[in-house]
Ligand binder design. Sequence first.
Ligand SMILES: C[S@@+](CC[C@H](N)C(=O)[O-])C[C@H]1O[C@@H](n2cnc3c(N)ncnc32)[C@H](O)[C@@H]1O
Length: 175
Amino acid sequence: MLGLDLCAPMIAAAKQLANGQDDYRVADAEDLTFLDDGSFDVAVSYLNQCDLPAIESNTREVFRVLKPGGRFVVVNVHPMRSAAGPWMKAGDGATQHYILDAYFDEGARRWSMLGENFTNFHRPLSTYIQAYRQAGFTIDEFIEPSPTAGNLALFPELDDELRVPNFMVFVLSKP
Ligand SMILES: C[S@@+](CC[C@H](N)C(=O)[O-])C[C@H]1O[C@@H](n2cnc3c(N)ncnc32)[C@H](O)[C@@H]1O
C-alpha cells in the first residue's frame, strides 16, 4: 500500500500510523512517473481532486498505473456544494436554503475555515464524467453518501446533508 500527498506534514503524520505493510511518500498526484505501468490493483483518491486545478493528468496517471480490471475510487466534494454557497440562515439561526449559483463556472473557489484561507477547485459533474471516460475508465458506481439515522443520532448537525449532498463517490474501473 502506497500513500501519496504533496504536503510533507501529512506524510509525516501518516508514517506515524504505519503498520509496516504500507509506505508513504511526498509526491504530486498529477505526475506518477516514478510508478510502473499496470502495477496497482486499486487506487483511492480521498478529497484530493477538488484540490487540483485540473483533474485530467491525475486521472490519466492513475489509469496508467492500474492493472487491467483495477479500480479507482474517487471521493470528492459534491459540485452542488463547491459551486457557490454557503447556507442561508434566518435571523434566529435556522437553516433556510443553500445557494446554488455559478455552477458552470469552472475554477478556483476561495474560502476560510478555523482562521485559515483555502483554495480549491469547482467543476460541474459533466467535467468529471468526461475526464474519467476520456482517460479510458468505465463508471461502475456513483454514490452520493448521506447520513444514516444512527449517524444523525450521534451527530445531529449533519441533518443538512439530507437536504444538499456534500460528497460524491465515483467507482471507476480500467477495462
Ligand atoms: C482536503 S485534503 C485531504 C487530505 C487527506 N486525503 C485526508 O482525507 O485527510 C487535500 C489534500 O490534497 C493534497 N494535495 C493537493 N494537491 C496535491 C497534488 N498535486 N498532489 C498530491 N497531493 C495534493 C493536499 O496537500 C491535502 O493534503
